[in-house]
Design a protein around this ligand. Structure first.
Ligand SMILES: Nc1nc2c(c(=O)[nH]1)N[C@H]1C(S)=C(S)[C@@H](COP(=O)(O)O)O[C@H]1N2
Ligand SMILES: [Mo]
Length: 203
Protein backbone atom coordinates (compact mmCIF):
# COMPACT_ATOMS: atom_id res chain seq x y z
CA UNK A 1 0.00 0.00 0.00
CA UNK A 2 1.21 3.49 -0.79
CA UNK A 3 0.84 5.99 2.03
CA UNK A 4 1.26 9.63 1.20
CA UNK A 5 2.13 11.26 4.50
CA UNK A 6 1.37 14.71 3.14
CA UNK A 7 -2.40 14.14 2.97
CA UNK A 8 -3.04 13.67 6.67
CA UNK A 9 -1.40 16.92 7.68
CA UNK A 10 -2.97 20.26 8.39
CA UNK A 11 -2.58 22.62 5.48
CA UNK A 12 -0.29 25.02 7.38
CA UNK A 13 2.17 22.27 8.25
CA UNK A 14 2.10 21.07 4.68
CA UNK A 15 2.69 24.51 3.20
CA UNK A 16 5.32 25.38 5.80
CA UNK A 17 7.53 22.48 4.72
CA UNK A 18 11.19 23.20 5.35
CA UNK A 19 10.66 26.96 5.45
CA UNK A 20 9.74 26.83 9.14
CA UNK A 21 12.75 26.89 11.49
CA UNK A 22 12.76 24.46 14.45
CA UNK A 23 10.32 25.28 17.25
CA UNK A 24 8.41 27.89 15.21
CA UNK A 25 4.74 27.95 14.18
CA UNK A 26 3.26 29.74 11.22
CA UNK A 27 0.93 32.69 11.68
CA UNK A 28 -1.07 34.73 9.20
CA UNK A 29 -1.35 37.65 11.66
CA UNK A 30 1.34 40.19 12.27
CA UNK A 31 1.81 40.25 16.07
CA UNK A 32 3.18 43.44 17.63
CA UNK A 33 6.08 43.11 20.08
CA UNK A 34 7.30 46.35 21.60
CA UNK A 35 9.01 47.15 24.88
CA UNK A 36 6.84 50.13 25.58
CA UNK A 37 4.55 52.67 23.98
CA UNK A 38 4.84 53.35 20.27
CA UNK A 39 6.88 56.47 19.51
CA UNK A 40 5.01 58.36 16.80
CA UNK A 41 7.60 59.95 14.53
CA UNK A 42 6.32 62.11 11.66
CA UNK A 43 8.00 61.59 8.31
CA UNK A 44 8.80 65.32 8.27
CA UNK A 45 10.63 65.00 11.62
CA UNK A 46 12.36 61.75 10.80
CA UNK A 47 16.18 61.61 10.76
CA UNK A 48 18.55 58.66 10.46
CA UNK A 49 22.02 59.39 11.83
CA UNK A 50 24.92 57.16 10.76
CA UNK A 51 28.13 57.64 12.71
CA UNK A 52 31.05 56.03 14.52
CA UNK A 53 33.98 54.42 12.73
CA UNK A 54 33.18 55.86 9.31
CA UNK A 55 34.95 58.20 6.91
CA UNK A 56 31.87 60.41 6.62
CA UNK A 57 29.11 60.69 9.21
CA UNK A 58 25.72 61.44 7.69
CA UNK A 59 22.18 62.30 8.68
CA UNK A 60 19.40 61.42 6.25
CA UNK A 61 15.87 62.76 6.32
CA UNK A 62 12.78 61.01 4.92
CA UNK A 63 13.16 62.56 1.48
CA UNK A 64 16.86 61.78 1.23
CA UNK A 65 16.20 58.15 2.18
CA UNK A 66 13.48 57.93 -0.46
CA UNK A 67 15.87 59.32 -3.07
CA UNK A 68 18.42 56.55 -2.50
CA UNK A 69 18.14 53.37 -4.64
CA UNK A 70 15.15 51.33 -3.47
CA UNK A 71 14.98 47.54 -3.15
CA UNK A 72 11.95 45.35 -2.53
CA UNK A 73 12.28 42.10 -0.60
CA UNK A 74 9.81 39.29 0.12
CA UNK A 75 11.08 37.32 3.10
CA UNK A 76 9.95 35.03 5.91
CA UNK A 77 10.37 36.48 9.41
CA UNK A 78 10.88 34.55 12.64
CA UNK A 79 10.24 35.89 16.14
CA UNK A 80 11.97 34.37 19.17
CA UNK A 81 8.50 34.05 20.79
CA UNK A 82 7.98 31.31 18.16
CA UNK A 83 5.77 32.82 15.50
CA UNK A 84 6.94 32.95 11.92
CA UNK A 85 5.30 34.82 9.09
CA UNK A 86 5.98 33.97 5.47
CA UNK A 87 6.43 36.27 2.51
CA UNK A 88 6.54 39.65 4.22
CA UNK A 89 7.07 42.41 1.70
CA UNK A 90 9.31 45.37 2.51
CA UNK A 91 10.77 48.12 0.38
CA UNK A 92 13.49 50.57 1.21
CA UNK A 93 17.22 51.17 1.15
CA UNK A 94 19.68 48.33 1.49
CA UNK A 95 22.27 48.98 4.16
CA UNK A 96 24.82 48.46 1.37
CA UNK A 97 23.76 51.83 -0.06
CA UNK A 98 24.29 53.58 3.25
CA UNK A 99 27.66 51.87 3.65
CA UNK A 100 28.68 53.30 0.26
CA UNK A 101 27.91 56.79 1.57
CA UNK A 102 29.64 56.59 4.95
CA UNK A 103 32.59 54.33 4.04
CA UNK A 104 33.18 52.42 7.29
CA UNK A 105 36.69 52.19 8.63
CA UNK A 106 38.25 48.71 8.14
CA UNK A 107 38.46 48.46 11.94
CA UNK A 108 34.64 48.51 12.25
CA UNK A 109 33.32 45.00 12.99
CA UNK A 110 29.71 45.59 14.12
CA UNK A 111 26.85 48.00 13.85
CA UNK A 112 24.59 49.07 16.69
CA UNK A 113 21.09 50.08 15.66
CA UNK A 114 19.41 52.61 17.98
CA UNK A 115 15.71 53.39 18.03
CA UNK A 116 13.44 56.27 18.98
CA UNK A 117 12.05 54.23 21.91
CA UNK A 118 15.48 53.70 23.48
CA UNK A 119 15.87 50.18 22.05
CA UNK A 120 19.15 48.99 20.58
CA UNK A 121 20.51 45.85 18.95
CA UNK A 122 23.92 44.75 17.67
CA UNK A 123 24.80 43.06 14.37
CA UNK A 124 28.09 41.91 12.82
CA UNK A 125 28.81 43.92 9.66
CA UNK A 126 28.92 40.75 7.58
CA UNK A 127 25.24 40.23 8.47
CA UNK A 128 24.14 43.60 7.13
CA UNK A 129 25.94 43.66 3.75
CA UNK A 130 25.25 41.98 0.40
CA UNK A 131 21.50 42.51 0.54
CA UNK A 132 20.98 41.03 4.00
CA UNK A 133 19.66 44.15 5.80
CA UNK A 134 17.07 46.66 4.64
CA UNK A 135 16.28 50.09 6.00
CA UNK A 136 12.58 49.62 5.27
CA UNK A 137 10.37 52.56 4.28
CA UNK A 138 7.26 50.60 3.34
CA UNK A 139 5.46 47.36 4.16
CA UNK A 140 3.20 45.61 1.63
CA UNK A 141 3.28 48.69 -0.58
CA UNK A 142 2.11 51.07 2.15
CA UNK A 143 3.65 53.17 4.89
CA UNK A 144 4.89 50.94 7.71
CA UNK A 145 2.25 51.05 10.46
CA UNK A 146 3.63 52.91 13.49
CA UNK A 147 3.23 49.83 15.74
CA UNK A 148 5.45 47.88 13.33
CA UNK A 149 8.21 50.48 13.40
CA UNK A 150 7.14 53.13 10.90
CA UNK A 151 8.15 55.39 9.40
CA UNK A 152 11.50 53.55 9.17
CA UNK A 153 12.61 50.20 10.57
CA UNK A 154 15.48 47.84 10.04
CA UNK A 155 14.63 44.43 8.54
CA UNK A 156 17.21 41.65 8.89
CA UNK A 157 15.11 38.60 8.06
CA UNK A 158 17.77 35.89 8.39
CA UNK A 159 18.05 36.52 12.16
CA UNK A 160 15.34 36.44 14.87
CA UNK A 161 13.12 39.46 14.49
CA UNK A 162 14.35 41.26 17.62
CA UNK A 163 17.39 42.21 15.49
CA UNK A 164 15.05 44.17 13.20
CA UNK A 165 14.98 47.47 15.10
CA UNK A 166 11.73 49.40 14.77
CA UNK A 167 11.70 53.26 14.66
CA UNK A 168 15.32 53.24 13.55
CA UNK A 169 17.05 56.43 14.69
CA UNK A 170 20.78 55.82 14.33
CA UNK A 171 23.35 53.32 13.19
CA UNK A 172 26.76 53.33 14.85
CA UNK A 173 29.78 51.53 13.40
CA UNK A 174 31.91 50.12 16.20
CA UNK A 175 35.02 48.01 16.68
CA UNK A 176 34.29 44.95 18.79
CA UNK A 177 30.89 43.78 19.88
CA UNK A 178 28.49 45.61 22.18
CA UNK A 179 25.29 43.83 23.22
CA UNK A 180 22.02 45.72 22.69
CA UNK A 181 18.85 45.83 24.78
CA UNK A 182 17.76 42.17 24.58
CA UNK A 183 21.26 40.82 24.15
CA UNK A 184 22.10 42.32 27.57
CA UNK A 185 18.97 40.72 29.04
CA UNK A 186 19.49 37.07 28.22
CA UNK A 187 18.78 36.80 24.53
CA UNK A 188 21.38 35.17 22.30
CA UNK A 189 24.00 37.55 20.97
CA UNK A 190 23.60 36.43 17.33
CA UNK A 191 20.10 34.90 17.00
CA UNK A 192 20.12 32.43 14.10
CA UNK A 193 16.58 30.94 13.95
CA UNK A 194 17.81 27.84 12.09
CA UNK A 195 20.15 27.04 15.01
CA UNK A 196 17.52 28.05 17.61
CA UNK A 197 19.82 30.65 19.12
CA UNK A 198 17.11 32.08 21.37
CA UNK A 199 18.84 32.66 24.71
CA UNK A 200 22.42 33.25 25.75
CA UNK A 201 22.46 29.69 27.13
CA UNK A 202 21.89 28.31 23.59
CA UNK A 203 25.00 27.50 21.58
N1 LIG B 1 12.68 49.87 18.58
C1 LIG B 1 12.25 48.64 18.84
N2 LIG B 1 12.48 47.68 17.94
C2 LIG B 1 12.06 46.42 18.16
C3 LIG B 1 11.42 46.06 19.35
C4 LIG B 1 11.18 47.10 20.30
O1 LIG B 1 10.60 46.90 21.38
N3 LIG B 1 11.61 48.38 20.01
N4 LIG B 1 11.04 44.77 19.57
C5 LIG B 1 11.77 43.74 18.81
C6 LIG B 1 11.17 42.43 18.90
S1 LIG B 1 11.48 41.54 20.30
C7 LIG B 1 10.50 41.88 17.84
S2 LIG B 1 9.98 40.28 17.85
C8 LIG B 1 10.15 42.69 16.66
C9 LIG B 1 8.65 42.76 16.54
O2 LIG B 1 8.28 43.50 15.44
P1 LIG B 1 6.73 43.69 15.15
O3 LIG B 1 6.13 44.35 16.38
O4 LIG B 1 6.65 44.51 13.93
O5 LIG B 1 6.17 42.31 14.97
O6 LIG B 1 10.64 44.01 16.73
C10 LIG B 1 11.90 44.14 17.34
N5 LIG B 1 12.32 45.49 17.19
MO1 LIG C 1 10.79 39.30 19.81
Amino acid sequence: MIVNRGFGKKRDDFVAGDRLPPGQYLTEDFPVLSLGPTPYVEESDYRLRVYGLVEKEIELNWEELNNLPQTEIVKDIHCVTKWSKFDTNWKGVMLDEIIKLVKPDPSASHIIAYSYDGYSTNLPIEDVVDGKALVALSYSGEEIPAVHGGPVRLVVPHLYFWKSAKWLQAIEFVEGDRPGFWEERGYHNYGDPWKEQRYDTDE
